[in-house]
Design a protein around this ligand. Structure first.
Ligand code: GAR
Length: 202
């Protein structure tokens, strides 16, 4: 079974969805470690509740983002991690890290990329007034919210939606879509051709 790690900075609802997918045997993976850059991130409590190793790496201890990442890599190597899953990890990874785990880092983003890259994507899409938004899971490359897209799911923004309702619906999609995308990767079902990710039919 493949060893995976989750990197997260916040509430950890996607982390929770991944744990659930593993516990139910939908995902055949060992979630070896949660790494976080935020001391008070609620996701740490979730990991402890599930008996999963969690490591807080304080970015303030390091002189550069690369030194922070070297510490992260040390832990990933210790745990023989082969797939890195970003779940609300609010740091931009440097080329050093991205090259080391080429095609083995996944990210989830709460919009239909390439629209609304970056922070507060749900709120920005809502305020912009788009009629359709959604969720994207993609491989990570050197640019933020940019790599080849694995799965996307769209959602119509109804006229009577509040921002809170939209957020709730987006998160509901995320918690279903991320395990599905991780499964495709783990089961070796994907071929990357340039920017295009093809799901192989057997
Ligand atoms: C999720 O909505 C995820 O898509 C977003 O952070 C949230 C984390 O929620 N990620 C990004 O915006 C990445 N650019 P969670 O901590 O409850 O999983």
């Amino acid at each position: 079974m493949i060893n995976i790690a989750v990197l997260a900075s916040g509430r950890g609802t996607n982390f929770e969805a991944i744990v659930k997918a593993i516990k139910s045997n939908y995902l055949k993976a060992n979630l070896k470690v949660l790494i976080t850059d935020k001391k008070n991130a609620y996701v740490r409590i979730r990991a402890r509740t599930h008996g999963i190793r969690e490591v807080f790496i304080d970015p303030k201890r390091f002189n550069s983002p690369m030194d922070f990442e070297k510490e992260t890599v040390k832990i990933l190597k210790e745990e023989r991690v082969k797939l890195v899953v970003l779940a609300g990890f609010m740091r931009v990874l440097s080329p050093y890290f991205v090259n080391l785990y080429r095609k083995r880092i996944l990210n989830i983003h709460p919009s239909l990329l390439p629209a609304f890259k970056g922070k507060s994507a749900i709120e920005r899409a809502y305020k912009y007034g788009v009629k359709v938004t959604g969720v994207t899971v993609h491989f990570v490359d050197r640019k933020v919210d940019n790599g080849p897209i694995i799965l996307q799911e769209s959602l119509k923004i109804k006229d009577d939606y509040s921002l809170e309702e939209l957020e709730e619906n987006i998160h509901r999609i995320e918690h279903r879509l991320y395990p599905k995308a991780i499964k495709l990767v783990i089961d070796g079902k994907l071929k990357i051709k340039g920017r295009r990710v093809i799901v192989e039919k057997f």
